[in-house]
Design a protein around this ligand. Structure first.
Ligand code: MN
Length: 457
């Protein structure tokens, strides 16, 4: 099967050009100023931007948290992803303490295999550290899991500074990399106890218990542990000026640090927690939303190349689930949806708003994730030989984000009413039309992607 995308503006991280793209079966076969192929179906792309399919390297589908399970499983989450221009997700396999990494990986395959509409891979969570876990790392890498997640907060997940240090050294030795959730657990617990003692139990207390300096302390500590272990590291969902200062300091010492942020930290601020009628619960996530000045710092960081990726931390709950925390903000399941809206929000508030160039969007959503997570050569760019994962974006027109038009399995939509510039016309997954004007078409489905080692940049 051949498809010829004609007269497109091809947008890649390293530059844009106009031309034709010939796709043969699942791959991009040829790119040129003008291509003729009588055997190909022609798609006229005049006036459209052709982006590489986006990669979301931070999703949580079908995850048990806070005595409930995320609203999106791999089926609904991956359909939402595709509809939003994301053709690959990397989700976090998460064994419980005491379970083997292999058990966690097999469990995540059971959740995802045969139900996932887009391509997918897994990170592995290290919420335990001992000789047996250490010994499993080569086996994970052999199965295509080359990135690992650690937590400096959450008692059920954290492993302590000594174990983080040892794990960072071991991952470096194996050529793998870690992303780390940075917040100071002790400070957060103390502040929660204070809020509870004062009877302050509404969502407004949530950001007060997780201040920016508690994040920055943990970012600074992680980066020193990484320096001691002599390894690059990723700070995931980075939110604020204070954290960026720690990252600047580490880079000034000569360290390699990869920084991820998320649309919620670029577009929403902490005034949302004070909304009446428990509405603030929708925005409960960790780290919490910050100030407008923090948002501006993150946008600057993106434009200046200090921030390498924008992923979503998609972790969705319905209003009914958020209700479990009415009367106790610590019982509100934490997380926001985002996988369906990231591309159009980042185009609208980044590119169309004049904050970043369209090539930067291709870098943030596709190329850098592909390199960092071992998918480059196959994903992350419109190049000959790469998978034909393509997003046809029409930059004309405006419309508003409305929960009822989204396929994400939640009625809790943090971006309700946000104006979008342009829209996704079509999405192709490995050469097959997967989405057309918002309608999801059945393809052969997503494939598990065994990933290579990170390609550092
Ligand atoms: Mn997360």
């Amino acid at each position: 099967m051949k498809t010829l995308f004609r007269n497109a503006v091809l947008v890649n991280a390293d530059g844009s050009r106009t031309g034709d793209v010939l796709v043969c079966d699942e791959k991009i076969e040829h790119i040129d100023d003008h291509i003729d192929d009588p055997a190909a179906t022609v798609v006229d792309c005049t006036g459209l931007l052709l982006f590489p399919g986006a990669i979301d390297a931070h999703t949580h589908f079908d995850l048990d948290v806070a005595n409930t399970t995320t609203a999106d499983d791999f089926r609904s989450g991956s359909r939402a992803a595709l509809r939003g221009g994301t053709t690959t997700v990397i989700d976090f396999a998460c064994p419980n303490k005491g379970e083997s990494l292999q058990y966690g990986l097999e469990l995540w395959h059971k959740k995802a295999d045969g139900r996932t509409a887009c391509d997918y891979g897994f990170h592995m969570t290290l919420d335990d550290w001992n000789d047996s876990i250490r010994g499993e790392i080569p086996r994970m890498i052999a199965q295509g899991v080359t990135s690992f997640k650690m937590y400096l907060t959450y008692p059920a997940m954290m492993i302590g500074d000594g174990a983080v240090f040892q794990a960072l050294r071991e991952l470096k030795r194996q050529g793998a990399i870690a992303g780390v959730h940075c917040e100071n657990a002790g400070v957060i617990d103390a502040l929660i106890a204070e809020q509870k003692a004062a009877g302050a139990l509404s969502p407004a207390s949530h950001p007060l218990c997780r201040p920016d300096l508690a994040e920055a302390e943990a970012v600074g500590r992680l980066l020193k542990l990484a320096a001691l272990a002599d390894t690059p590291v990723i700070t995931v969902h980075t939110t604020c000026i204070a954290a960026m200062r720690e990252i600047e300091a580490a880079r000034a010492r000569g360290q390699k640090v990869y920084v991820e942020t998320c649309p919620q930290y670029l577009l929403l601020d902490d005034r949302r927690y004070k909304l009446p009628d428990f509405e603030g619960a929708c925005y409960v996530c960790a780290p919490p939303l910050r100030k407008q000045s923090d948002q501006e710092r993150l946008w600057q960081g993106i434009a200046a190349g200090e921030i390498q990726t924008v992923n979503t931390d998609h972790c969705s709950f319905t209003w009914a689930q958020k209700e479990m925390g009415r009367g106790d903000f610590t019982k509100i399941p934490g997380g926001l949806p985002g996988v369906e809206t990231r591309f159009a929000l980042m185009y609208s508030y980044g590119v169309a708003a004049g904050r970043i160039f369209k090539e930067k969007l291709a870098e943030l959503l596709a190329a850098n994730n592909a390199k960092l997570y071992g998918l480059w050569g196959r994903k992350g760019a419109i190049r000959e030989g790469f998978d034909a994962d393509l997003v046809l974006y029409d930059p004309k027109g405006t419309h508003a984000v409305r929960a009822e038009t989204l396929v994400t399995n939640t009625d809790c939509n943090p971006y309700e009413g946000f104006q979008l510039t342009g829209s996704i016309r079509q999405v192709y997954l490995r050469g097959s039309l997967a989405v057309e004007n918002g309608h999801i078409l059945e393809t052969d489905g997503g494939k598990y992607l065994p990933r290579g080692l990170p390609q550092l940049f």
